[in-house]
Design a protein around this ligand. Structure first.
Ligand code: BYC
Length: 322
């Protein structure tokens, strides 16, 4: 009788935690991608779920401020453009929730955490859209900030996140252009239209700067996130890059950025800017911004009112799985 063969899984040596950690460290040091099948430290996984979930929630909540204007768009063309943009944001949310699922997160659980205030979403979406010019300014400034922040994330160390970002950034680029084109059109219009654009710029400029997160000396996650290659630049570095990019764009548009301290530093070639109101930022991310309650309650209603759709869509799969 021949000797029983052993399953290969039984014979293969199980690498110990130190060897796995060393392999992970080597992957990061060589700037290779970490993939879902790879071992990763629990803190890396949890940190990614935190950031990706916050990002996904921002895309989904971010549909609301502009979505409010879909029924009041000034022409069929503007409505078609806005509709495409808002639908893109839903798609971005889906790519990102899928990326979070590759880390073991559950999409329904993430939505519950958002609704219960246990996970954050971007501060920017807690401000109201008062006129149609706000849709243009969101495209120009908010999507512009998103591009500035997210292009480096295309090189993030976690493969599924980096790949999702490539597609998101391509679409954000269209979003920014449609916003800028709308504003250009308004600036060539009447005095009232120009005033509307300036008023929107005055309200959105400072909150856009807050999108990059707290200053580096008050950013608890940055150092570790950069060491792991999840984030590639610090919050202040990206904020500065964004200011430098936006000043000439504002000049071409013919609007004034609402900061009397904004000035070119001849030594560095970069723009100095005034003090950001971090007390306001903290209020907004703690749930006390102008629209936090409305944004979250609408998301809750969407989850509850549409639960039957999910149930109907998954009924067949559930039945056949059991
Ligand atoms: N708003 O240690 P830090 C879009 C939180 S979607 C709210 O610096 P980190 C768009 C932060 O989460 C825009 N919370 O954190 C969509 C942390 O809290 P926890 C979203 C913020 O992660 C539709 C704490 O403050 N983009 O563009 O190293 C239409 C300390 O911060 C904010 C992304 O999510 C904020 N602004 O850096 C149009 C991009 N800033 O979790 C456009 C991906 C910070 O410790 N995310 N916090 O409780 C990132 O790049 C980084 O997560 C951040 C923050 C730069 C945002």
């Amino acid at each position: 009788m021949s000797a029983p063969t052993l399953d290969r899984r039984e014979t293969a040596a199980v690498p110990d935690e130190a060897a796995l950690q060393a392999h992970f460290d080597a992957t990061i040091a060589a700037d290779r991608r970490v993939e879902p099948r790879d071992w990763m430290p629990e803190a890396y996984r949890a940190g990614l779920v935190r950031q990706i979930a916050q990002h996904a929630h921002s895309e989904i909540i971010g549909m609301q401020p502009e979505g409010d204007w879909l029924l009041a768009a000034p022409s069929l063309r503007r409505k078609a453009v806005l509709l495409a943009k808002v639908q893109d944001e839903a798609g971005h949310g889906m790519y990102l929730y899928s990326a979070a699922e590759t880390l073991g997160a559950d999409r329904a659980d993430l939505t519950d955490k958002l609704i219960e205030g246990r996970q954050k979403y971007s501060s920017i979406f807690n401000y109201p859209t008062l006129t149609y010019a706000d849709c243009g300014v969101i495209g120009w400034l908010v999507d512009g900030a998103a591009i500035c922040n997210q292009v480096p994330l295309c090189r993030s160390s976690y493969g599924p996140y980096a790949r999702a970002m490539i597609r998101v950034c391509k679409e954000e680029s269209f979003h920014q252009r449609q916003g800028y084109e709308l504003l250009m059109t308004m600036m060539r219009g009447t005095d009232a239209q120009r005033a509307m654009v300036q008023d929107a710029v005055d309200r959105w400029w400072w909150p856009s700067l807050m999108m990059f997160g707290p200053p580096d000396d008050d950013s608890p996650n940055s150092a570790q996130s950069m060491a792991w290659g999840v984030k590639r630049h610090s919050n202040d570095e990206l904020r500065q890059r964004y200011v430098d990019m936006s000043v000439p764009q504002a000049a071409a548009l013919g609007v004034t950025l609402p900061d009397p301290e904004l000035a070119l530093d001849p030594e560095t070639g970069r723009y100095r800017f005034g003090r950001i109101d971090w007390a306001e930022f903290k209020q907004v991310i703690s749930g006390n911004g102008p629209c936090n309650a409305e944004r979250v309650s609408r998301r809750r209603a969407a989850r509850d009112d549409n639960a039957w759709v999910l149930e109907a869509a998954t009924a067949y799969a559930d039945k056949h799985a059991s």
